[in-house]
Design a protein around this ligand. Structure first.
Ligand code: ADP
Ligand code: MG
Length: 283
């Protein structure tokens, strides 16, 4: 059974000139332990499709789908209470802007402990210990000390580590990472991607990696969906996509990859990974 199965998802927003289809008939599925990348340029409906799945779009959005199953269970029109139980626990999301995604008014310790209190029903001592454990797991230095910090006292990369710790706090089965490294420095990007991939493998999570960057796809994905203007252009396993892209739009995205010193296009994942061009170092 697929972890998440979506058929014919459409999301529309009302505009001055009528309904605008931000997502137009997208189908996808993710299995346990699988990394699915959704790639496409800005505005192609990547975030909106996953926000629809999470139930995080404003009520004015018109969402339709023939199927929306999480572990075989219909998650369309879930009552709010049921949705809150699912989201943040079995299904968690990491957003593009780590600093903006945290509440500036509370310490990061309070924020992660709230997740543990609400979803896991943990008492004070237990959540503090677990918060320290989680901060250690995501590689935050001085984790106990760090709990007392406010988001603005930390760097973007550190805030993203906090977001990741919060997302995995309740051992989700599915993690959705929405351009988790886009707002970060290139050197930090690689560290955060490596961390996500390590946690995904260790915890056996399904992961949906949203990105506009084919380099990130090459680094992370098992399977890829290429999306453009709300529509699915192509779906393939990662090697087939890089070696024999079928859709012209996919080829255009691939041609935006860095070229090596001789100017020759890096055409395969293995060449690309071996080149060490991505984020300045190879695995
Ligand atoms: N709340 C909203 N109201 C109206 N339009 C929206 C809203 N959210 C996103 N959009 C529009 O939907 C389209 C897809 O957006 P998005 O999913 O954020 O793109 P991506 O994540 O691929 O960059 C864009 O044209 C965006 O302007
Ligand atoms: Mg987006």
């Amino acid at each position: 059974m697929a972890l998440l199965e979506i058929e014919n998802l459409t999301v529309q927003f009302e505009t001055a000139s009528g309904w605008f289809k931000a997502v137009d008939g997208v189908s996808l599925s993710v299995n346990e332990r699988e990394v699915l990348a959704i790639v496409g340029e800005s505005g192609s409906g990547k975030s909106v499709s996953m926000l629809a799945v999470m139930g995080l779009l404003p009520w004015t959005a018109k969402i339709t789908a023939d199927k929306m199953l999480f572990q075989g269970r219909d998650i369309r029109n879930l009552p709010d209470g049921e949705r809150r139980k699912l989201i943040g626990k079995d299904m968690a999301m990491i957003f593009q802007e780590p600093i903006a995604s945290l509440n500036p008014c509370f310490t990061v310790g309070f924020q992660i402990e709230e997740v543990l209190r609400i979803h896991m029903g943990m008492g004070k001592k237990e959540r503090r210990a677990r918060a320290i454990e989680l901060f250690t797991l995501v590689g935050l230095p001085d984790p106990a000390e760090r709990l007392n910090h406010f988001p603005h006292q930390m760097s973007g990369g550190q805030c993203q580590r906090v977001m990741i710790a919060m997302a995995i706090a309740c051992n989700p089965k599915l993690l959705i990472a929405d351009e988790p490294t886009t707002a970060l420095d290139v050197t930090i990007q690689k560290q955060i991607l490596d961390l996500l991939m390590k946690l995904q493998a260790e915890h056996g999570m399904g992961l949906i990696m949203i990105t506009h960057d084919m380099g990130v796809v090459a680094e992370t994905a098992d399977r890829v969906i290429v999306q453009y203007k709300g529509r699915k252009m192509e779906e393939a396993d990662v090697l087939s996509l890089f070696e024999a892209p079928k859709n012209p739009y996919t080829r255009a995205l691939l041609s935006a990859l860095p070229e090596n010193a001789t100017g020759k296009r890096l055409s395969t994942v293995s060449d690309f990974m071996a080149s060490g061009e991505f984020a300045g170092e190879s695995r």
